[in-house]
Design a protein around this ligand. Structure first.
Ligand SMILES: Cc1ncc(COP(=O)(O)O)c(C=O)c1O
Length: 426
């Protein structure tokens, strides 16, 4: 039996792992991935917004190697260790002073579970308000607040009770004419309407919101809308949880997405980019809120893993020292202006939107409907030129352009040329 047959993905990989590419990776560096035959790809997916500091950043690799040789599993209920503390110091140093204590976990969904549990216990209230089109993860609690696609939650009912949904701003497809401000009036009226029709505000523990909707289509809300959520929370004693799992760690051109909106949440969830690919996530909040969690009321075997948090501390240092959020802002501008030029030449591009290097390109049919066929075709053509891309949106109507934040001007320009050829070929 040859090695190829032994490692046959058809046999070994469950079909639930829907795959964008057949690439069998061998190694990676920066924005580049090489397959087993030495073919080089430019990774404009960052492994779904994870390797923000670049694949295998030398400082992160060194921190992982050094820590792995010292102690790998220093279980947090049994042992204290330096990486977990250092990572908490590095992380909270990037945040407003009221986000000062970190609960470590392992995945985005697990951070969402933790944040919801924390909000419930801190307020002693049962309900959560989430948004249509949101994606927060695949565990039962996280699924219950997710509605980016029916298939994420379909056939898994019943889910958590007392979850109420309001619409998330999608200005390009606003349900009312008149521009962003009129649309915001509509979205906020729908949200406030929940209190008249479905749930008493003093039963609501938290409003849970993605700072920029990720899987739902890379939708950027207005300052006014996010600030109104903050005001509604303050009015009713509700905690504002901002899911920074995809927007965080420099991706949007600032360290955290919420910094763009002049809003400070009560709780944030962090994962993906925090540890350059090791499975690390976190719930961050005020110590006064965290103190409501009695010892043992929440936990986990692997949270605060020594190697994972060493990678997190190193990643956060790299972000700061190499000014990667600033590079994301500059490269994002170059990317968006190139994409908008393409848009002006190709009506199949309906909108280019995003912050920093969290950029979505929505494709439309001649009648303005979502155009997933164009999305699939452009992703395929880019793949033929060794550029990796993935889609987003309920209808797969958008392509997300999310390279590692170490990307440079020449690489952005190369991407724009490849993407332009792919769009022209439609
Ligand atoms: C905004 C957001 N929240 C939560 C999650 C879930 O993270 P994980 O896949 O690590 O569980 C994701 C994953 O894509 C996400 O984008």
């Amino acid at each position: 039996m040859t090695a190829q047959v032994e490692l046959d993905p058809q046999t070994l990989v469950p079909r639930v792992i829907g795959r964008y590419t057949p690439v069998f990776a061998d190694h990676a560096q920066g924005i580049r991935v090489w397959d087993r035959d030495g073919v080089e790809y430019l990774d404009f997916t960052s492994g779904i917004a994870v390797v923000n500091a670049g694949h295998c950043h030398p400082a992160v690799v060194a921190a992982i190697q050094e820590q792995a040789a010292k102690i790998i599993h220093a279980q947090q209920n049994i042992l204290l260790h330096e990486p977990m503390m250092r990572a908490a110091v590095e992380l909270t140093a990037t945040l407003p002073s009221r986000l000062n204590q970190v609960f470590w976990a392992n995945s985005g969904a697990e951070a969402i579970e933790g944040a919801i549990k924390l909000a419930k216990i801190a307020t002693r209230r049962p309900a959560v308000i989430a948004f249509r089109g949101a994606f927060h993860g695949r565990t039962h609690g996280a699924m219950s607040v997710t509605s980016s696609r029916a298939k994420v939650r379909g056939h898994y009912e019943p889910l958590l009770a007392s979850i109420f949904y309001a619409p998330y701003p999608y200005y390009f497809r606003a349900p009312v004419p008149g521009g962003e401000s009129v649309a915001d009036d509509f979205y906020l009226a729908e949200l406030r309407g929940l209190f008249d029709t479905l749930v008493m505000p003093d039963d609501v523990a938290a409003i849970l919101v993605e700072t920029v909707a990720g899987e739902g289509g890379y939708l950027v809300p207005s300052n006014r809308w996010l600030q109104a959520l903050r005001a509604i929370c303050d009015e009713h004693g509700i905690l504002l949880i901002m899911d920074e799992i995809q927007t965080g760690v420099g991706r949007t051109g600032k360290m955290w997405g919420f910094e763009h909106f002049d809003v400070v949440p009560d709780i944030i969830t962090v994962a993906k980019g925090i540890a350059s690919g090791l499975p690390v996530s976190a719930v961050v909040s005020d110590k006064a809120i965290m103190d409501k969690w009695a010892p043992g009321a929440h936990g986990g075997t692997y949270g605060g893993n020594a190697v994972g948090t060493a990678a997190a501390a190193a990643t956060l240092r790299v972000m700061r020292e190499e000014k990667l959020p600033e590079n994301a802002a500059a490269m994002g501008q170059r990317l968006v202006s190139g994409l908008r030029k393409l848009q002006s030449e190709h009506p199949v591009i309906g909108e280019v939107r995003g912050l920093g290097l969290m950029v979505g390109v929505e494709f439309v049919t001649e009648s303005g409907d979502p155009n997933p066929a164009a999305v699939t075709s452009v992703i395929k053509r880019c793949f033929e030129e060794q550029v990796l891309l993935i889609s987003c949106g309920t209808y797969d109507q958008a392509i997300r352009v999310i390279p590692p934040l170490v990307v440079n001007e020449a690489e952005i320009d190369h991407f724009l040329a490849v993407f332009g050829r792919a769009v022209s070929s439609l």
